[in-house]
Write a protein that binds this ligand. Structure first.
Ligand code: ATP
Ligand code: MG
Length: 401
């Protein structure tokens, strides 16, 4: 019987919440592997065994597993009986050709201590069989081929080479957050980093259609689709922002507009966050990257909301963020040219050191609550699911109080 044998990160999943964490992880695996001929998912002795049906294609399963947070590593494994000769025979019959590798080691983990032979002895004896069959040299540190044996009650798992999983914590175990998702490079990476830490992320995108093109909405949708491959179910709120911006231009001097826009974004996102029971907001801010991201301006926007604002990229370099965006799969979408909402009705040189009293003065001239309400009333929400197509129709957002 062929299985995928996976390990979760022990350290992260310790404590009395462990069964709950594992339950979430197993549920998530069922959803992530839907349609791929999975017979059942078991949890023997601190491991996860995904028992595959006949039609299962290991490549596709690997591809999906690579995005399930909480999985530390995994491999395609076979169950073998618990006797030495049986194990040795099973290993030797599965060895790759002599020329394909030059060194190996046998790694034994013994989850069932009732099995009489200590792990190092078993590894040595099985290794000797492999050496006789192939003549490869043993290398305990940098072997080309690692042969894994795991003893659980009733049988052993046998596998060749382990693949790294994405790590992190199972989706949803850390609660819910709301991410401000622009069409840029940074905010999708910021959202992903919170996902990796077990947060379920709801996306909010502000667009300036019909003042600007629809490109940014299309980009936000495609970015949300890529990110949904990691958390499987997402909601994307698309909030029209152009009319609100036009109103801002009537009384707010050009150099303060970006900060005022950003404060409105946070206020609107906060309302959405409370509606979906999210406990924090997430942005892609990086210290010093652009004019609106000086320490003074970050301080000036923070007071717009009482929710915590999480900025997971705050200390990263652009190169690091780009590398991560490429690995996640969002980079190619983010670099499609579009018109940034914040450039609408904004001068080239915005204020870089906004003072609290300046913001208070200009905001006092605006009917803030009404403007927030009007934008929310026109928001639409889209539901995304993976695996499966994004639901084609967007619906008017439910009334957000
Ligand atoms: P990004 O690459 O994420 O757009 P950026 O370097 O371009 O970031 P800004 O444009 O200053 O930086 O935006 C800072 C953060 O504010 C973004 O990371 C995002 O979280 C949020 N944000 C900006 N514009 C929008 C928008 N149109 N819709 C939603 N969130 C936005
Ligand atoms: Mg941007």
């Amino acid at each position: 019987m062929t299985s995928i044998l996976a390990h979760y990160s022990e350290v992260a999943l310790k404590g009395k919440n462990r069964p709950w964490f594992i339950g979430r992880l197993v549920r998530h695996l069922h959803m992530a592997l839907a349609g791929l001929s999975v017979r059942e998912i078991l949890t023997p002795m601190g491991r996860i065994e995904i028992v595959l049906g006949r039609e299962a294609t290991a490549d596709e399963i690997r591809d999906r597993m690579a995005r399930v947070f909480g999985i530390a590593n995994y491999s395609v494994a076979t169950r073998v009986p618990l006797d030495f000769e049986g194990m040795a025979e099973a290993i030797v019959s599965r060895l790759p050709p002599r020329e394909s590798v030059s060194s190996f080691r046998v790694h034994v983990r013994r989850a069932d201590q009732h099995f009489g032979v200590p792990s190092p002895d078993l590894a040595r004896d099985l290794g000797s069989k492999v050496w006789h069959a192939r003549g490869w040299k043993v290398d305990l540190k940098h072997a080309d081929l690692v042969i894994g044996v795991e003893i659980v009650p009733g049988h052993a798992f046998l596998y060749m080479n382990e693949e790294a999983g994405p790590g992190g914590l199972p989706t949803g175990t850390a609660g819910r957050v709301t991410a401000l998702l622009s069409g840029g490079i940074d905010s999708p990476v910021a959202a992903w980093r919170l996902m990796k830490r077990g947060c379920h992320v709801t996306f909010v995108h502000f667009h300036s259609a019909p003042f600007l093109s629809n490109t940014s909405q299309e980009k936000a949708r495609r970015l949300a689709e890529v990110l949904t491959r990691y958390q499987l179910r997402s909601r994307l709120y698309l909030v029209p922002f152009g009319e609100l911006q036009r109103q801002v231009t009537l009384s707010v001097p050009g150099d303060l507009r970006v900060i005022v826009y950003r404060r409105f974004m946070l206020k609107i996102a906060e309302r959405i966050a409370r509606h979906v029971r999210a406990r924090a907001l997430v942005t892609g801010d990086v210290i010093g990257q652009v004019a609106s991201q000086t320490l003074d301006n970050i301080a000036a926007v923070d007071s717009a909301t009482t929710l915590p604002i999480l900025r997971p990229l705050v200390g990263m370099d652009k190169e690091e963020i780009i590398g991560q965006a490429q690995r996640i799969g969002t980079f190619e979408i983010s670099i499609v040219p579009d018109q940034d909402t914040c450039t609408l009705f904004t001068p080239r040189h915005p204020e870089t050191h906004a003072r609290r009293h300046q913001i208070d003065e200009v905001e006092a001239t605006l009917p803030i609550a009404d403007m927030v309400k009007a934008a929310i009333a026109q928001a639409v929400v889209e539901n995304l699911t993976y695996p499966g197509a994004a639901s084609p129709a967007s619906s008017a957002a439910p009334v957000i109080k």
